[in-house]
Design a protein around this ligand. Structure first.
Ligand code: NAG
Ligand code: NAG
Ligand code: NAG
Ligand code: NAG
Length: 241
């Protein structure tokens, strides 16, 4: 159960050149829960080592985990998506503090790139999802339910994709919104229905209410092969010989 508070727009990207981004994300995590957060980086840093660092200032932060390491914080790199994820387990209020999503660029003369996250561990996050990981086959429909607290009832609510920052707005009724995504709102939660999934829909999304966000990972796998027609094809091939 996590949310992100983005201060100036939704620019989550680690800067293209070296240097630490001044962008700040405030994330609240439910005490004792596990959660996962995507860190987006520039394509040019695909090959570089990714890590999570703790403490301030940046120049003296303590490295908690590198990509590939598991433990309280596990980092997985997805170079084809230019994203690495940080998964955590059983965070306590004492784990609140400043963290950095970072990419290692130099060796000795370290000039890394990163952005910081302010993480607070609390009991009731403002926006939450039942399941931060959903999956379906190509052509299927999947739905994601995003809960929000009463203070967010009249705030702008959206479902957005990290990769291209495209968003669907709850209750907006114009044709610029894609009909393959339908959103309904019941005053306590909104439900996003994604219909006719395509493989290209795989990736990271978030639901947001006001400035509070919650990431969700969607995995779309190939449709189950139609064994009937496959068999017919083989029969056809055999009959040709
Ligand atoms: C979340 O969804 C995934 C994939 O659909 C499923 O494997 C997992 O069991 C679900 N977790 C919970 C807590 O519902
Ligand atoms: C959306 O448009 C349809 C048809 O144009 C209309 O019936 C419906 O009331 C509209 N909904 C909202 C929330 O404006
Ligand atoms: C609607 O969404 C689908 C799947 O994400 C995409 O392939 C299609 O291009 C979108 N259409 C428009 C008009 O944006
Ligand atoms: C997916 O949702 C659409 C729109 O609600 C519906 O018409 C369709 O039957 C659904 N498909 C499946 C496989 O459930």
């Amino acid at each position: 159960m996590i949310y992100l508070l983005v201060l100036s727009g939704i620019l989550l990207y680690i800067s293209g050149g070296a240097g630490v981004n001044a962008l700040e994300l405030n994330i609240a995590v439910k005490s004792g829960s596990s959660g996962i957060l995507p860190c987006v980086y520039d394509k040019q840093h695909k090959e570089n080592r990714k890590y999570l660092c703790w403490g301030t200032p940046w120049s003296s932060c303590r490295i908690l985990a590198y990509a590939g390491q598991t433990g309280k914080y596990s980092i997985t790199d997805y170079p084809d998506q230019s994203i690495f994820t940080v998964r955590w387990d059983n965070l306590q209020t004492s784990d609140s503090g400043q963290y950095w999503c970072a990419v290692e660029i130099g060796d000795y003369n370290i000039v890394d790139a990163g952005y910081y996250l302010y993480l607070t561990v609390q009991s009731a996050p403002d926006v939450s999802v039942m399941n931060s990981s959903v999956s379906g086959h190509e052509g299927d429909n999947v739905s994601v339910q995003c809960f929000y607290t009463s203070g967010y009832q009249n705030k702008l609510k959206q479902w957005c994709r990290y990769k291209d920052q495209s968003c669907y707005t709850v209750g907006r009724n114009d044709t610029s919104q894609n009909s393959s995504v339908q959103i309904s709102d019941d005053g306590r939660s909104f439900t996003v229905l994604m219909t006719g999934l395509r493989l290209s829909d795989s990736g990271w999304y978030f639901c947001s209410a006001g400035e509070a966000l919650n990431p969700v990972q969607l995995t779309v796998t190939e449709a189950e092969p139609d064994t009937g027609t496959e068999k017919d094809k083989w029969r056809f091939c055999l009959s040709q010989n």
